[in-house]
Design a protein around this ligand. Structure first.
Ligand SMILES: Cc1cc2nc3c(=O)[nH]c(=O)nc-3n(C[C@H](O)[C@H](O)[C@H](O)COP(=O)(O)O)c2cc1C
Length: 259
């Protein structure tokens, strides 16, 4: 119903914020030619554009499995560049064997949490959606929420799960009118509003005490090591692990920013 789909008001949400349209990247998780998650992604794109967003849909065809090529591969570079460009994202995966597909997860696995100061997901908004073959499930949206938390995204409260997806799209690939379609409209409207609210404040919102503390400790240790080396060059070198352990504040040791 056109009158009911009110345009999000940027000034109401974030006065004086950047004027460009909210930039939304859409990822989906299937390589099937008749993929319903792709159709749902296209439906999301139409709605996002209606609500004033600029959109890109990443095509997962040709994206190699993680670590089978290096990150210079054009599809990997495109995915990372588009994620970095985005201010918000939509993740749409089918449910397979009770969870998201490998095709979907592989895309996220290619996105570093942090690399050279670049963080392609942190602080961005996220909407999660799934398609099911079965009658009803929320397994995938729950798993995607968990993944979004891991990627340090601001996942919006609303979400969409389309059951028996094969019944919900017409021959032209358009979603039929239904309460499921209405929910998708709700989710996209909410995503645009949250993106208007959050963008421009992401760095501040995701600035962490533990990371500031880690950087300060590392800087102090580096400065102390420099001073000591300057005074007594013959002194044995401080073991690198000791510096690393002291400076690292997080859990798995692969990056100082994990968890
Ligand atoms: C191997 C396999 C496992 C599946 N597992 C589930 C499942 O656990 N739950 C469910 O609702 N649908 C399941 N389905 C149905 C798919 O979710 C459904 O076909 C969906 O449309 C696939 O997404 P796509 O159309 O984007 O390729 C499964 C389908 C296949 C082929």
């Amino acid at each position: 119903m056109p009158g009911a789909a009110a345009m999000p008001d940027p000034e109401a949400l974030s006065p004086g914020a950047p004027g460009h349209r909210p930039r939304i990247l859409i990822l989906y998780g299937s390589l099937r030619p008749q993929s319903f998650s792709r159709k749902l992604a296209l439906e999301a794109e139409r709605l996002l554009r209606h609500f004033g967003a600029e959109t890109r849909i990443f095509d997962p065809h040709g994206l190699p499995m993680l670590d089978s090529v290096d990150s210079e591969h054009p599809k990997v570079a495109e995915l990372r560049e588009w994620a970095q460009w985005s201010e918000g994202q939509v993740w749409v995966s089918p449910e397979r064997h009770g969870t998201m597909t490998a095709v979907f997860k592989n895309q996220i696995d290619w996105l570093p949490l942090e690399q050279g100061g670049v963080r392609p997901t942190q602080g961005r908004t996220l909407a999660v959606m799934q398609v099911c073959g079965g009658s009803q499930s929320f397994n995938v949206v729950n798993a995607l929420r968990q993944l979004g938390r891991w990627m340090r995204m601001v996942t919006i409260p609303n979400q969409s799960s389309v059951p028996k997806a094969w019944q919900e799209f017409d021959d032209n690939g358009r979603m039929k009118p239904s309460s499921y379609y209405d929910r998708v409209v709700d989710v996209m409207e909410e995503l645009v509003k949250f993106t208007l609210l959050v963008r421009g404040h992401s760095d501040y919102l995701t600035d962490r005490y533990s990371e500031r503390k880690g950087s300060m400790t590392a800087a102090a240790l580096a400065s102390a090591a420099g001073a000591v080396e300057g005074v007594a060059e013959a002194k044995p070198e401080r073991p690198a692990m000791q510096v690393g352990r002291t400076a690292r504040t997080a859990c798995c040791g692969t990056t100082s920013t994990c968890s």
